[in-house]
Design a protein around this ligand. Structure first.
Ligand SMILES: O=c1[nH]c(=O)c2ncn([C@@H]3O[C@H](COP(=O)(O)OP(=O)(O)OP(=O)(O)O)[C@@H](O)[C@H]3O)c2[nH]1
Ligand SMILES: [Mg+2]
Length: 195
């Protein structure tokens, strides 16, 4: 039976990527159907990315009928020189400063290293929570590429071919991004559980 799973997010760019990442492969029979709900969930902030995602999905479960499977994700951008900050707070830094000033936060530091982290929390039909996490290392650079998605224009992944996320085709970003690594684990879990 094809199970329905709801992805709760207010972020159109995330939704676009996640739809691509969870699409069944050519030889795969779909085991779940993905729908989306834009519910503005309260986001508890914490130093623990896992705890943020866990609480976020618990909030989501409160809005849904019992037995509905759901997932959320929370994405952080962690600077090496800041010992992991801004982390999950990057959203608020972006909102108040914009990408240009975020780059200036590393002026005076030689090490521009950063790590993008996506943490997925999946609440299954029994309300049990499963956590999956993907990480991609890179560096913070002067903005390059269209400023359409958060900090995409200032993050240059090491695994890529030298471009920022914003300069990459979606399909290429999806080969190496922290989000693709986290969702590959969720997909694997959903497919093996159904087997
Ligand atoms: O350049 C980017 N490439 C990415 O791959 C990416 N993923 C997330 N973000 C941004 O980082 C903050 C995360 O906050 P966040 O995880 O709470 O997201 P959100 O509040 O926008 O959506 P949601 O919580 O409703 O799902 C938000 O400012 C997002 O726009 C990204 N920026
Ligand atoms: Mg959010």
């Amino acid at each position: 039976m094809v199970q329905n799973i709801v992805f709760i997010t207010g972020n159109e760019n995330k939704l676009k990527e996640v739809k691509m990442l969870l699409a069944p492969g050519e030889s795969e029979a779909p085991v779940f159907e993905l729908t989306n709900a834009n519910i503005d969930l309260p986001e508890m902030q914490s130093g623990s990315l896992e705890e943020i995602a866990r609480i976020k999905v618990s909030e989501a479960l409160k809005h849904l009928p019992e037995g509905q499977a759901v997932f959320v994700e929370d994405t952080a951008l962690c600077f090496d020189e800041y010992n992991g900050l801004p982390g999950a707070y990057i959203k608020w830094f972006l909102k108040s400063m914009g990408p240009e000033k975020i780059v200036r936060m590393l002026d005076g530091f030689e090490n521009k290293g950063a790590e993008a982290v996506t943490t997925v929390a999946y609440g299954d039909s029994e309300g049990k929570i499963h956590i999956f996490q993907g990480r991609t290392k890179g560096k913070i650079v002067e903005p390059r590429g269209p400023p359409t998605f958060g900090w995409d224009c200032l993050f240059e992944p090491i695994e890529g071919s030298g471009g920022t996320y914003a300069e990459m085709e979606k399909k290429d970003k999806n080969k190496i991004s922290q989000r693709s690594k986290a969702f590959a684990q969720l997909k694997e879990y959903l497919y093996t559980k159904a087997a």
